[in-house]
Design a binder for this molecule. Structure first.
Ligand code: NAD
Ligand code: GLY
Length: 369
């Protein structure tokens, strides 16, 4: 059984996110229905070794001419160098304007391959086949594509919506549990943004999903994609409501940057900690009840995700964190922009947050003055 969630809005063509099991094996017919001249797979070395042949076989089985280009696994592949290598390979293979790129992998591959598709011949179709939980619930939906530069993450990119997203729950079976939990942080984030009942379920009956239970994962992916689809459909280019998806990201990004984007915190772990901090800061400012901040923390903890600075083996400087937050591309006019909470399931963008209040909060949280 599969579930199909439409994504579409003003200014971009609607497409479907299909969630189910065995979709990698079925990818051929679904991609062939888009009638490309060829379908070329972009993946990373780890994912290609596990799932590459299945998808390649499925595409060939549907009569499509295909091939695979791989990049090393990991964030470092979101670079000009790898983008150039992928584009050069597509050219060398003789792909044309009606060819299609299949992004097979996590968010790194999706962002890189999506940007390559946006640039190749001024834009060709692409299909997202996300193989991490994070990519299934977040990065494969909504058309943000990007690479990093030494000056910052995701600074070079394009909005380029996929033609189709195939989220195969079975593909998650090979994902290390730390990566599953990382993706679970983005799932929890969706509940915290706009669905309190979903958040309750994630921290209770559904929490086995954070350990890889496929039934819970499937339900979590479906609801997450519904939420993301609705938000992106209303605001593709992040003029307003889409910014709510950044809940936990300004705190989280500052922590990741201070840690040099190393192994100490995955992106999802940083988002989980950032969400807990955003709720505690909101409670401190009298915007939401302290009980909501406690409940948010308990739901995140239920997935063995970090909620406190003390969970990270590093002393952070409050000023350094504020500097990172002010330098974040989500900040406008030197003011701190944060997604804050009125309650679980009810968040809003505050573009005028007092940096001194954030500094005092960070010190209370254990950062050095
Ligand atoms: P990732 O793509 O690096 O994948 C994590 C690791 O899991 C990699 O080593 C990968 O090889 C491995 N892996 C992937 N699928 C696997 C599988 N099924 N079995 C075994 N191993 C597997 O990381 P990610 O967390 O998926 O994505 C993070 C990236 O997503 C970041 O670059 C972030 O900026 C981006 N992102 C983009 C958006 C967006 O809207 N475009 C949203 C959120 C995050
Ligand atoms: N991950 C945030 C967004 O897609 O807007």
């Amino acid at each position: 059984m599969t579930t199909t969630i439409p994504v579409g809005g003003e200014g971009f063509a609607a497409y479907e996110v299909v969630v189910g099991r065995g979709l990698l094996k079925e990818a051929g017919a679904r991609v062939a229905a888009l009638k490309p001249t060829r379908a070329f797979i972009v993946s990373d070395e780890t994912v290609a070794a596990i799932h590459g042949e299945t998808v390649r076989g499925a595409l060939e089985g549907a009569g499509l001419t295909t091939g695979v280009v791989t990049v090393p696994a990991g964030e470092a592949s979101k670079s000009f160098e790898q983008l150039e290598a992928v584009l050069d390979r597509l050219l060398a293979e003789g792909l044309d304007r009606k060819s299609l790129v299949v992004a097979l992998g996590g968010g790194v591959v999706g962002d890189l391959a999506g940007l390559a598709a946006a640039l190749f011949m001024r834009g060709v179709d692409f299909v997202q086949v996300p193989t991490t939980l994070l990519a299934q619930v977040d990065s494969s939906v909504g058309g943000k594509t990007a690479i990093d530069t030494p000056r910052g993450k995701n600074l070079i990119g394009a909005f380029h919506q996929p033609r189709l997203v195939l989220a195969d729950i079975e593909a998650l079976a090979t994902l290390p549990v730390r990566q599953v939990r990382s993706g679970w942080a983005e799932v929890l984030k969706h509940g915290l943004i706009c669905d309190a009942a979903f958040f309750d379920w994630l921290g209770g009956e559904g929490k086995a999903g954070a350990e890889g239970d496929p039934d819970a994962l499937e339900r979590a992916v479906i609801r997450s994609v519904e939420i993301k689809s609705q938000i992106v459909g209303e605001d593709e280019k992040e003029a307003g409501r889409r910014a709510l998806l950044n809940l936990g990201h300004t705190f989280g990004h500052a922590l990741e940057a201070e840690l040099g984007f190393g192994d100490a915190l995955t992106h999802g772990e940083a988002v989980a900690l950032g969400c807990a901090m955003a709720f505690r800061f909101s409670a401190r400012q009298g915007l939401c009840a302290a009980t909501d901040a406690d409940k948010a923390e308990a739901g995140i903890r239920a997935a063995s995700l970090p909620t406190r600075l003390a969970d990270v083996d590093q002393v952070f400087s409050a000023d350094a964190l504020i500097g990172r937050m002010a330098g974040d591309k989500k900040a406008e006019g030197g003011r701190l922009t944060l997604i804050l909470a009125r309650a679980i399931g009810e968040v809003f963008t505050d573009k005028n947050v007092d940096a001194e209040a954030v500094r005092a909060f960070l010190i209370e949280e254990g950062a050095a003055a």
